[in-house]
Design a protein around this ligand. Sequence first.
Ligand code: MD6
Ligand code: FE
Length: 208
Amino acid sequence: MTSRFEIMPGVIHYPGWLDRSAQQALLDDLRAVVKAAPLFVPRMPRTGKPFSVRMSNCGVLGWVSDETGYRYQPAHPETGRPWPAMPPRLLDAWQALAGYPHPPEACLINLYDAAAKMGLHQDRDEDDLDAPVLSLSLGDTAVFRVGGVARSDRSVSVKLQSGDALSFGGPARLAFHGIDRIIAGSSTLLPQGGRINLTLRRVTRPAG
Ligand code: MD6
Ligand code: FE
């Protein structure tokens, strides 16, 4: 039985949801995913400024960002190949924690080095906002910040450690959030250090 902390209405933190062997197994799954769908550097809409994270995706859809905007698409932006299938382990996590009757369609994979951050943002590129976004963290601890639906709302920060899960939905589905910093050297999971964050999303509205 893992503990469950509701950080604010709709944001639920499950510290240590994956034990070390489950983290290792998931990492092995991800190595196969990025072999088929190599990490790429997303760019900001309009300016083309590169993100500080590298990313990839698995699932039937993947999130990409470049000069023309943010979007979901069925193929890798550089190889043109379909994204690899979502590993069953990720579907299991969704089943266990999302509380949503339809499967996720996209899993974003973000790789942070010690200097990477993620600015405050909302996840609003999905048509289905009834499903939560489910996040899993591997490797170095991150300082995650979450506020309200207005950028200026008060925010709180929580440390996400290797193996933690975070479900982000309901009244918080459009809350602003970001990663302030990575605590280098805080985990031994990734041989080169750094952090991987996975976010599972339902993108399209289910039929009916
Ligand atoms: C990260 N996470 O943890 C960035 N988005 O590296 C997110 O942007 C995020 O953790 C939506 C829901 C949960 C998240
Ligand atoms: Fe996000």
